[in-house]
Design a protein around this ligand. Structure first.
Ligand SMILES: C[S@@+](CC[C@H](N)C(=O)[O-])C[C@H]1O[C@@H](n2cnc3c(N)ncnc32)[C@H](O)[C@@H]1O
Length: 248
């Protein structure tokens, strides 16, 4: 897609603002990592120079979204980055969709020996443990989970998200993250299932555009369809990530 000079300057300015989050995110990662050494998502030494989590943290600080939907919460890293800077969580409502399958239980201090892979844990237990881990990690990231209204949904987002909106058609989102299944068909389906529920001024976040998953083709198709309805901000660094703000 052709870009004009002004768009390039805007992206550069945004990129510089977003980079400012580096130190704070690193500190927050460290706090979770020290209590959670089995979850490499929080390893501060694995942070890229320009990471999608800086962008999410910057979006949280700048826009303070209140109605939030995440497809792919995993262990709460992206959600914590979004929410860590809020003064209050009283008006915040989160809808969190995941399969909750990526859980490993560590029963001994020596995690290498004690790790029980998820296939040996019954799903109902695994799901609860995974969701509790999200809440615990959010607390490490300074989020007041007692104030927060967070709703967990388990199962395939391709069915669960449309089912959710069928029952809650009036919900308009300030923020949606699409970071669940990373095959192109699922990513496209998830984008399509949330896009019309993002309110004017609301934000849609998408990542893994380049690198292994190469979802750039999905994002470019999405941009073609919704060119008139959103302003797009793409950052083709690290693994490639983007956000879009609804303008009509
Ligand atoms: C890349 S991780 C999400 C990382 C998280 N957003 C973060 O940055 O901390 C992807 C998550 O999506 C979940 N997932 C994959 N396919 C899914 C599907 N079809 N429906 C719902 N969740 C899915 C996985 O279980 C995993 O937890």
């Amino acid at each position: 897609m052709l870009r004009n000079k002004q768009e390039d300057i805007d992206i550069k300015i945004k990129q510089e603002q977003i980079m400012q989050e580096y130190k704070e995110i690193k500190k927050i990662m460290k706090k979770v990592w020290e209590n959670n050494k089995d979850d490499t998502y929080f390893d501060p030494d694995h942070l890229d120079n320009f990471d999608y989590r800086f962008m999410i943290s910057w979006l949280g600080k700048t826009y303070k979204p209140e109605k939030i939907l995440e497809i792919g919460t995993r262990s709460g890293c992206s959600l914590g980055c979004l929410l860590h800077s809020y003064d209050s969580y009283n008006n915040v409502e989160v809808f969190s969709f995941d399969l909750w399958r990526e859980y490993e239980l560590n029963i001994l201090k020596n995690k290498k020996i004690s790790s029980i892979t998820s296939k040996f844990i019954p799903f109902q237990i695994k799901k609860k443990l995974a969701q509790n881990r999200v809440l615990r990690n959010l607390r490490y990231m300074n989020v007041e989970t007692d104030e927060l209204n967070i709703n967990f949904f388990d199962g395939d987002s391709r069915c669960n998200v449309p089912n959710f909106f069928e029952k809650n058609n009036n919900i308009k989102l300030d923020y949606a993250l699409v970071d669940g299944g990373h095959d192109k068909t699922t990513a496209w389906c998830d984008l399509m299932n949330v896009v019309n529920h993002v309110k004017n001024g609301g934000i849609l976040v998408f990542d893994d555009l380049i690198d292994n998953y190469n979802l750039i083709t999905v994002w470019n198709d999405f941009k073609k369809y919704f060119n008139k309805s959103f302003d797009f901000y793409d950052f083709m660094v690290s693994k490639g990530f983007a956000y879009a703000i609804r303008k009509e």
